[in-house]
Structures are given as C-alpha cells and as structure tokens.
Design a protein around this ligand. Structure first.
Ligand code: RB5
Length: 144
C-alpha cells in the first residue's frame, strides 16, 4: 500500500520540533507538505489548525502532524472540525493506540513538551500503525 501524504502545520511554539520531525518523516519515504508557519513571527495557532483540517478533509488518505507550544491549543482548535480526530501524544504508546483505536488522522505534539528525538519516534509510531476497525469504528461513528 502506498504511504500516506503527511501534512505539517505549527505555530511559533514548535518551529524546531516541526523542522526536525518533518525532515525525519521525509527521510522515512513519506511525501510531506509544510503548511507553515515558517518560524519568522508570532502567529495564531487556530489558523494553522484550520489549514490542516482543510487539507485532511479534502484528502481522506492523508495524515497530519500539528504542533504548538503545548500541543493543547492547536488540538482543541483542530477537533472543532467534524471529521478531524486530532490526538495530542506525549509518548509512543499513545501514538500507537490512537491510530489503532481512535483512527486519529492528525497527530499533535507540543514543541515545548517533547524533545526532538522523542518527537521523531512518536511521529514514526503514529505513521506506522493502522486503525483496527470493528468495535472501534462503532465508537467513532458515535461522534462523527
Ligand atoms: C503560544 O505562545 C502558545 O500559547 C501556543 O503555542 C500553545 O502552547 C497553545 O496552546
């Protein structure tokens, strides 16, 4: 199966983490697209959550990686979009489980929370796990 396209978006609280994780995901062979920000100024994270939602809702096979300082604000904003299941993860276990059980289509991390090595590992785990369906689909159907 072809690898999904991976979109990235972040605010100024996660510039370094975004740069490192994006380069790593590209190295793993994924097509990536950076929706910004470019790191030059203070921005408003809801704008980047909205940009991400637009892309993911238009391409159901794609996955997204969103980041802000804590990861909290941008995940709250992203999850306001119907069809977006954005999961804030601080370890690989959460990344694995949210793909398998929640069919999360957007991984969220905090640039001021996780270091770059952990961020790379969380992103790889997220991308390499798949949704299990079955009873988990029933539950997702309840809020979709
Ligand atoms: C920006 O300073 C900061 O508030 C933002 O990156 C994020 O942590 C919000 O949840």
């Amino acid at each position: 199966m072809a690898l999904p396209k991976v979109y990235f978006a972040n605010d100024h609280g996660a510039n370094e983490l975004k740069d490192v994780v994006l380069a790593y995901v590209k190295e793993l062979g994924y097509e990536v697209e950076d929706l910004g920000c470019d790191g030059s100024q203070s921005v408003n994270y809801p704008d980047y959550a909205d940009l991400m939602a637009k892309k993911i809702l238009a391409d159901k096979d794609a996955l997204g990686i969103l980041m802000c300082g804590t990861g909290i604000g941008i995940s709250i904003a992203a999850n306001r979009h119907k069809g977006i299941r954005a999961a804030l993860c601080v370890n690989e276990f959460m990344a694995k489980m949210t793909r398998q059980h929640n069919d999360a289509n957007v991984l969220v991390m905090g640039g001021r929370v996780v270091g770059t090595d952990l961020g790379k590992s969380i992103a790889q785990t997220f991308l390499e796990n798949d949704f299990e369906g079955g009873r988990h689909q029933t539950r997702i159907d309840m809020f979709n």
